[in-house]
Design a protein around this ligand. Sequence first.
Ligand SMILES: Nc1ncnc2c1ncn2[C@@H]1O[C@H](COP(=O)(O)OP(=O)(O)OP(=O)(O)O)[C@@H](O)[C@H]1O
Ligand SMILES: C[C@@](O)(CCOP(=O)(O)OP(=O)(O)O)CC(=O)O
Length: 419
Amino acid sequence: MGIAGNDWVLMKTARAPSNIAVIKYWGKRDEKLILPINSSISVTLDYLFATTTVAVGPSFTSDRLWLNGKEVSMESERYKNCLQQIRSRATDVTDEKTGLVVKKEDWKDLHVHVASRNNFPTAAGLASSAAGFACLVYALAHLMGAKETYEGEFSAIARLGSGSACRSLYGGFVKWNMGKEDSGRDSIATQIVEKDHWKDLVIIIAVVSSRQKETSSTAGMQTSVKTSPLLHHRAEVVVPKRIEQMEQAILKQDFATFAKLTCADSNQFHATCLDTSPPIFYMNDTSRRLIGLVEKWNAHEGTPQAAYTFDAGPNAVLFAPNNEVAKSLLQRILYLFPPAADADISKYVIGDQSIMELAGIKTVQDIESLPTPSEWSGIDAPRMKGELGYLICSRPGQGAIVLDESAHLLGGTTGLPAE
Ligand SMILES: Nc1ncnc2c1ncn2[C@@H]1O[C@H](COP(=O)(O)OP(=O)(O)OP(=O)(O)O)[C@@H](O)[C@H]1O
Ligand SMILES: C[C@@](O)(CCOP(=O)(O)OP(=O)(O)O)CC(=O)O
């Protein structure tokens, strides 16, 4: 069978993870190509994914996208650039099941339908754009048989969708090299080490708010580049050293250094937001109380037990070096931020359940009766019932993967989302 018939749909589904930067990207030197003013490092997250189905068929009359069940425009340059770059690398593809052949030259005439879902809040500072664009590029590349002409080329294409997306193609610990070339060819992500290199690391995400933020990362960093002297000092002087130190800390699984750098870099990123005119505030009182929780505990123990980082939103991402310390961290978070009395505990702490099991917490009453953490003894610790949305327990995760047909989000004959 060739491209001839008019009644076929070819599709692929992929899943790509979110990532959290521990050395932050903030600021572009080229807005169109999304080239950053500094390199950055991230940890790929387990349990937070975008799932994307991409389909082509001769009956499709335009490129269309359904995001979390709702049709949205694919007209933005970011979508168009990713699609155009993958289309231009397409090859002859034979569908194993039906024998259908799509020739290299046919792809440019075929429109795509895309359906994507995030299993976590979109545009709330949990890097949905990172997971989303990495997933789109990965799924398109597999559908169209596109091949990288150099290592990291797909990450450079994902970068055209959203800067942080280039880091979401890979698992474990990832560095986005800022690159030097004007073309952006060398502004690519590379894996520092895979997830199992530091598999004991536990990541707890405290979702403070799932609301869309007021200032998007794109707009926020544009204003910072224009107005913040601190941002330029950071990019030129501070970050290059931190990148080297962070890479070493990850390679050696040196949690103390990892924690100090992670907290310092998050705080400096938010300082550059404050240094921006008009100032940008991403953290709120709950975010600051979570910082206090970690700082007070670390100071009491004399060495870093946990670390925190915040992206462009109030949600905290907390790190602990192993299960035992993660148990203590989770107990502390739950002690200071118990769920509302009528909360469903299985919805309050989601993701990896092993830390909850280790902490022996099964009910809201178990949380009520948690002992006062030692650093709070003798102090009237403020217990903020119902102040946190929910918690996600995670670990370093794997990169983008292709899923089988049972995961398709579009109908096999219509190429449209199921009603
Ligand atoms: N699964 C997805 N597939 C395709 N595009 C997506 C997907 N998820 C998010 N996006 C795109 O990313 C946009 C949200 O990006 P934005 O940077 O505002 O938020 P965020 O990525 O959640 O937060 P941040 O990058 O600051 O952590 C959406 O409006 C949409 O255009
Ligand atoms: C604070 C950050 O999360 C900023 C992410 O910015 P985006 O990648 O969302 O921005 P665009 O490139 O304009 O799409 C830090 C980081 O992930 O490194």
